[in-house]
Ligand binder design. Structure first.
Ligand code: AMP
Ligand code: MG
Length: 339
C-alpha cells in the first residue's frame, strides 16, 4: 500500500476490486483520487474533510472557490449531506438516478463551507458509472468531485486526459475507459419551484419534465450559481488553447477560417458533405455522422482535446440543434469559444 506522504507519484490503476478498495481507502484518509463517471472523469475527496477538499482546488489550480458536486453511493446516503426538499426531488432521484443529474438542495451543517462555497445549499449526484459507485461505497463517505482537469481547461473524458493535466498532483487515477455521456451533469436547483436548470448537461430537460412536469430552463446568471466567482471568470470554462469560433447549427459554410484550421461538426454528415468541407479546412471532424446528439456529446471533449493538440491555428465548430443534449453541447462549445 502506497502512503500519500511518502509517494507524490501518481499511479494509474486498473479498476480491479482490490484497486477500487485502495482508491476508496485513499479518499477515506484524505487523499485525492481521479475516477471515471459516466459524465467526465472526476477528482474526488472526502466531502466532509475540509482539508482534503481544499487539495482539490489546489490540484486544479482553481483561482476561486466554486461549489463542488457531492457524489453519493445510494439515495439513502443523500440525507447525510442534504435535506430532501420535497416530493419532486424524491421523484427525480427515484426515476433518474443513478445518472447525469445533479440536484441542488438545502445543505446539512456537516458539509464544510469550502464544498458549498459558503452557500446554504449543496449539489448532490448519484453517478451511474460502476467504478465511481464502487469507489464511493468503499470510501464509506460522500465524495466531493469536480472534473479532473486543470482549472479552465477542457474536461477529461479518458484517464490519459487526466494524467496529462493533473498526473503529478494527485494520488491515484483509476482507469475506467472513455466516459459514455461525455458532458457534465445537468445541475437543477430544487430549492425553487419550478426547479431551475443552473447548467444544461447530460440529462436532457425533456427527461426531467417527463417526471416532474415543467422546469425553468432559462439561462442562469453565472454569478448567481457560483457564490465566489468574479463576473466573467467562468465564461471561458472548458477552453482549448487553440482559438475556437462558433457558427450556427448546420452553418459551417459561414466559417471564415484563416491559417491551418479544423472544422468540428455535430452531424448528420455524409462522406460527400465532409469532403466538401475538407476543401475549406485542413481537417473536418464530425462527432456523429448519423446526427445522434448522445454520440456527439460523448465524443465532444475527446475531439476538442485531439484538435487542440494537433497544432491548428483555429477550430471552427457548428452549434448543435436545441433538443435533447443539444443545449449541453452548445453550453460547452460557447465556453470553449473565444469571446
Ligand atoms: P463541476 O463540479 O465542475 O461539474 O461543476 C459544478 C457545478 O455545479 C458548478 O457549475 C456549480 O456552479 C454548480 N453547483 C455546485 N454546488 C452548487 C450549489 N450549492 N448551488 C448552485 N450551484 C451549484
Ligand atoms: Mg469542471
Amino acid at each position: 500500500m502506497v502512503e500519500r506522504t511518502q509517494a507524490p507519484i501518481m499511479e494509474l490503476l486498473e479498476p480491479t476490486d482490490e484497486n477500487l478498495r485502495r482508491a476508496g481507502a485513499c479518499i477515506a484518509r484524505g487523499g485525492l483520487v481521479a475516477f471515471p463517471t459516466e459524465t467526465v472523469y472526476g477528482l474526488g475527496a472526502d466531502a466532509f474533510d475540509a482539508r482534503a477538499t481544499a487539495r482539490i482546488f489546489e490540484a486544479k489550480r482553481r483561482p476561486s472557490f466554486d461549489p463542488l458536486i457531492v457524489h453519493v453511493a445510494s439515495i439513502g446516503e443523500v440525507g447525510r449531506v442534504a435535506e430532501i426538499p420535497g416530493a419532486k426531488a424524491r421523484l427525480l432521484m427515484e426515476a433518474l438516478w443513478p445518472g447525469p443529474l445533479t440536484l441542488v438542495m438545502p445543505r446539512r451543517a456537516e458539509v464544510p463551507d469550502i464544498v458549498t462555497s459558503g452557500l446554504d445549499t449543496v449539489a448532490v449526484r448519484l453517478p451511474a458509472h460502476p467504478v465511481a459507485r464502487a469507489i464511493i461505497a468503499y470510501s464509506g463517505t460522500a465524495v466531493a468531485a469536480p472534473s479532473a482537469n486543470p482549472f479552465g481547461y477542457l474536461s477529461p473524458t479518458t484517464a490519459a486526459h487526466v494524467a496529462k493535466g493533473l498526473g503529478d498532483r494527485i494520488d491515484f487515477i483509476v482507469d475506467g475507459g472513455p466516459c459514455a455521456v461525455g458532458v457534465e451533469s445537468t445541475v437543477l436547483d430544487m430549492t425553487v419551484d419550478p426547479p431551475h436548470v443552473l447548467r444544461p448537461g447530460g440529462m436532457p430537460a425533456e427527461a426531467i419534465e417527463a417526471v416532474i412536469g415543467p422546469i425553468d430552463s432559462s439561462p442562469a446568471p453565472e454569478a448567481a450559481s457560483v457564490a465566489a466567482a468574479s463576473p466573467g471568470l467562468l465564461a471561458s470554462h472548458y477552453a482549448p488553447r487553440t482559438p475556437l469560433y462558433l457558427v450556427g447549427a448546420g452553418r459551417i459554410g459561414q466559417a471564415k477560417p484563416r491559417g491551418r484550421a479544423a472544422a468540428l461538426l455535430i452531424g448528420p454528415s455524409t462522406p460527400e458533405s465532409l469532403a466538401a468541407i475538407q476543401g475549406i479546412f485542413d481537417q473536418a471532424r464530425c462527432l456523429s455522422p448519423a446526427g445522434d446528439l448522445v454520440e456527439a456529446a460523448a465524443g465532444l471533449f475527446a475531439a476538442l482535446h485531439e484538435l487542440d493538440g494537433a497544432g491548428f491555428d483555429q477550430i471552427w465548430a457548428e452549434r448543435a440543434p436545441g433538443r435533447g443534449l443539444g443545449p449541453a453541447i452548445n453550453d460547452r462549445l460557447q465556453k470553449a469559444s473565444k469571446k
